[in-house]
Design a protein around this ligand. Sequence first.
Ligand code: PEP
Ligand code: MN
Length: 354
Amino acid sequence: MIVHMSRTATPEDQNRVLDRITKMGFKYELLGATGINVVGILGDLSQVPESNFADLCGVAKVMRISKGYKLVSREYSAKSKVIELGGGVMVGGSELTFMAGPCSLESVEQMMAIGAYVAPMGIKIIRGGAYKPRTSPYSFQGMGLEGLKLLATIREKYGLKIVTEATGLHHHIDKDGNKETRNVLENVIEYADIIQIGARNMKSYGFLQELGILTKDCKKPILLKRGDSSTLKDFLLAAEYIVANGNPNVILCLRGIRTFEEEKFQRYTPDIGAITVLKRESNLPVIFDPSHSAGYRANVAGTALAAVAAGADGLLIETHNDPTNALCDGDQSVTEDQLKDIKSKADAIWNLLK
Ligand code: PEP
Ligand code: MN
């Protein structure tokens, strides 16, 4: 529910509203831009009549959000969310955000080589999975905690922020059969600047709840990927799970969906049209992943540029120093030169549209 104060409302009028919200056991958020004050009330207000607030002095109108997704909706906040990562790095701000790196962390040499070409391009966020959700149990499962430590080294060396996936609340078992002491999410919370939640986990509602609760205090941004067969409504409701459980800093990431398209041409179908819908329906930043959507190196640039032209706030791109020998998603990983070309063209489109 949203309470709009009138232009002539005094600070005392607003405090009376806030007081009533608190006394009723709800939390609130101040949403207003300068001038008019807008108060968002958090929680299940389905049984609370609007008149509880509409009758108070200085209240202009009270709006109930009709959609299932509330806190992430445009109705709740007309202002687009900007996520600050520190050091002037932002998602959803005035610059196009680039996140680039390999699908999977493999070795110190690999990450040193990739960091060395990504950072000078002006890319501020490096990606790389330490925990990999593989379709086959026989595929490389990731470096685990050792990989997170490697990411922290790269962050220091190249001054980059890191985005890496948390695959669940289980304890990772390394290649020698040793179980890590803390669960995957706990480890990722400690090391990541942005916590990625993969397409396969978009509908793991228990995990999303725990994630919201466990990141309530640190409020580390969550990059939530769309499930490959999920509707946009389901995607927004998954984001709502995280926000409603305490972490408002969610970034939506489109990564292609399943259609009847044949995998030999495109791994998934890039859901470019969804960018416009999500920007209209939600107040969260929208990032596009052209690598998983397009599936092959040669397709990535076109898809990436289309996403920027369609209004995405940024791109998440897989790149590798030696893509043909990559342990994961080599076919869709672009080379250094391709990444540089995409970056300069994407920035040009962004600047033209701004
Ligand atoms: C990834 O980013 O490497 C990944 C596993 O993505 P998705 O969850 O979109 O398949
Ligand atoms: Mn990948």
